[in-house]
Design a binder for this molecule. Structure first.
Ligand SMILES: Nc1ncnc2c1ncn2[C@@H]1O[C@H](COP(=O)(O)OP(=O)(O)OP(=O)(O)O)[C@@H](O)[C@H]1O
Ligand SMILES: [Mg+2]
Length: 275
């Protein structure tokens, strides 16, 4: 693997009132420019892992271990130092995209001000970048720029939130279920653009997803998570065809099997192999 950008070592996240930790001794690495997938069933701790990286966990949680980003332990940073990293160095697109924008400020103004907060650019330059990224996301840029979040559909707000993250050109982009609110075609387009940006800027991507086909197709390596632990990791080829862990087998089988069909797992596996 090339030079590591982010290394998570023995991360533990626990609440005071639960006996079992939400995340247990998690180890994960992302190299510069690499795209990794993080998969696992609902509630296993994927979003909490992303939040831990950015110090965005709920207050009552206890965090142990190390999160090294460019060799600095993020768990030792102050709130202010974290805020400086957020957006410009590490971008996150949340699963709940509605939280990305303040409701009563126009989308364009929010994107423009976010760009200006991190890069010393004039209003005109920031506006141009904002309109360009909105266009890349397949949106009617001028209209979306002038709109309030409540004047747009959920999928449009989601794409605008993605545009805002990409406009800052982060070194690491965390995408938490970014295509859930989108139709298949818009989802493909958004993921294509993220890949294009990754090639152009060399940024690394952590893709949290339930869509195994996308994870197989787009990532360099996949981590499989169960109950707060990484149970297996490997290339898409290894995870889909040569997995060792029974949970990975179950997860791959669940996604590939259709109710009422016999031997569908194997026949679908062949289809996925030909992607
Ligand atoms: N504020 C909170 N306080 C206590 N526990 C929480 C809190 N938020 C989430 N959890 C718990 O942490 C665990 C991991 O949640 P997380 O959101 O990371 O799951 P996930 O893998 O992202 O699931 P999904 O695929 O449904 O998004 C779950 O058991 C969840 O109930
Ligand atoms: Mg989640």
């Amino acid at each position: 693997m090339s030079e590591p950008l982010l290394t998570i070592e023995e991360l533990v996240v626990e609440t005071h009132n639960e006996s079992k930790a939400i995340i247990s001794r998690l180890n994960l690495q992302i190299a510069k420019g690499e795209m990794i997938g993080l998969i696992g069933e609902s509630g296993c701790g994927k979003s909490m892992t992303a939040r831990a990286i950015l110090n965005l966990l709920p207050g009552q949680m206890n965090v142990k271990g190390k999160i090294l980003y460019k060799n600095r332990n993020l768990l030792g940073l102050s709130h202010q130092e974290h805020r400086k990293l957020l957006g410009k160095e590490i971008g996150i697109i949340f699963q709940d995209y509605r939280g990305s924008f303040t409701p009563f400020i126009r989308i364009g103004k929010q994107i423009m001000e976010t760009i200006q907060a991190h890069h010393s650019l004039s209003k005109k330059e920031a506006r141009k970048i904002a309109l360009d990224v909105l266009t890349e996301m397949g949106l009617e840029a001028e209209r979306v720029y002038r709109s309030y979040p409540f004047q747009l559909s959920g999928g449009q707000v989601q794409r605008a939130a993605i545009a805002m993250s990409l406009a800052l050109k982060p070194s690491l982009l965390i995408c938490d279920e970014v295509t859930t609110a989108l139709d298949v075609m818009s989802g493909e387009k958004v993921l294509d653009y993220i890949e294009k940006m990754r090639k152009e800027t060399g940024c690394a991507v952590m893709m949290i997803t339930h869509d195994l086909t996308q994870a197989y197709k787009r990532t360099d390596r996949i981590y499989v998570m169960e109950h707060g632990e990484i149970v297996e990791s490997g290339t898409p080829e290894v995870i889909r065809c040569h997995h060792q862990h029974p949970y990975t087998k179950k997860l791959c089988g669940c996604v590939l099997a259709l109710p009422g069909e016999k031997n569908v797992v194997e026949s679908n596996r062949e289809k996925v192999m030909s992607i």
